[in-house]
Write a protein that binds this ligand. Structure first.
Ligand SMILES: [Zn+2]
Length: 315
């Protein structure tokens, strides 16, 4: 398969110091893909910065200006203490969005079979006008909006398997029926950000187009996959997505320090295998993933490797 791998040195300059969401995450991924000989099989793409107009498809001008000003002024954080900011954060955040939009276009028009965007800062917690949870602009929500608004896709699936609920993504789309947001995550009663209960299903025109599946702390591969096959996959098959976007956070791994699920890379491999098959049957193969969380470097790099092995394989 022609699999795009989007990354850029600018992401290493979003300097968060000793915070778990730091540049070593991307270095570890790159090193693992190189040592396994997988990197050379991928189509390396450096991406591009988004325009502020593209970010304003969903976010307020006020948020865009705040990220720019905080980066320029040497501020330590924006909005919440976990959104650490540095001089290059704004530029990195623009590149993360632009690269994801570029990947979406390349996959939409079949110049790439699929793609993985190893970007940071991550995005799925970012809200309309607020940075939140290490996220400044919502990369995946902007990709979904772009596919829907600019490229004419009618049934975009956003599948989020990060251990944390993708609150920002849900809030952008929960009143709309053209984007289906599906999230599996640790029970919000014991996990950040405290949203994503099963009864959050969308409202108005969007009723039924949000699916939250909270799972218990300590859950292992077999039970998690059983829930996925029983409660989630039939709904995805019924929806028949015409494009699949994956919020690929690997912090549900048993080794991850920020949450309490006990999954292994086996689950991440199986999830993307099933999603890729679904994309082949309903979306002309159109699927792409964006990096969200994942904070144990070994678990993260192994999990991303497993994920990319599936995307790149001919099966
Ligand atoms: Zn997460």
């Amino acid at each position: 398969m022609k699999t795009g791998f989007y990354t850029n040195p600018i992401y290493l300059e979003h300097d968060t110091g000793l915070h778990p969401e730091n540049a070593d995450r991307l270095r570890a991924i790159q090193a693992k893909l190189e040592s396994e000989g997988l990197l050379e099989k991928l189509k390396l793409e450096s991406g591009r910065p988004a325009t502020t107009g593209e970010i304003a498809m969903l976010h307020t001008e006020k948020l865009i200006s705040a990220v720019e000003a905080a980066s320029a002024s040497g501020a330590a954080q924006l909005h919440t203490p976990d959104c650490i900011i540095s001089a290059q954060t704004y530029k990195a955040a623009l590149f993360a969005v632009g690269s994801v939009l570029d990947a979406a276009l390349e996959v939409a028009e079949r110049r790439l079979d699929n793609a993985f965007c190893a970007v940071r800062p991550p995005g799925h917690h970012a809200e309309y006008d607020t940075a939140m949870g290490f996220c400044f602009f919502n990369n995946i929500a902007l990709a979904a909006e772009y596919l829907s608004r600019e490229l004419g896709f009618k049934r975009v699936l956003v599948f989020d398997f990060d251990v944390h609920h993708g609150n920002g993504t849900q809030h952008f789309f929960e009143q709309r029926d053209d984007i289906y947001f599906v999230s599996l995550h640790q029970d919000p009663r014991s996990c950040y950000p405290g949203t994503g209960f099963a009864d959050e299903r969308g409202s108005g025109a969007g009723a039924g187009y949000t699916l939250n599946v909270p799972v218990s702390a300590g859950m292992e591969d077999a039970e998690y996959l059983q829930i996925f096959y029983a409660q989630v996959l039939p709904k995805l098959e019924e929806y028949k997505p015409d494009f699949i976007l994956v919020s690929a956070g690997f912090d549900a791994h048993r080794a991850d320090p920020l949450a309490a699920l006990n999954l292994t890379e086996r689950t991440f491999n199986e999830l993307i295998r099933v999603l890729k098959k679904l994309a082949a049957s309903t979306a002309g193969g159109r699927i792409m993933s964006l990096l969200e969380g994942g904070y144990d470097l070994k678990a993260l790099s192994t999990s991303v490797y497993e994920h990319l092995l599936v995307l790149e394989s001919e099966d």
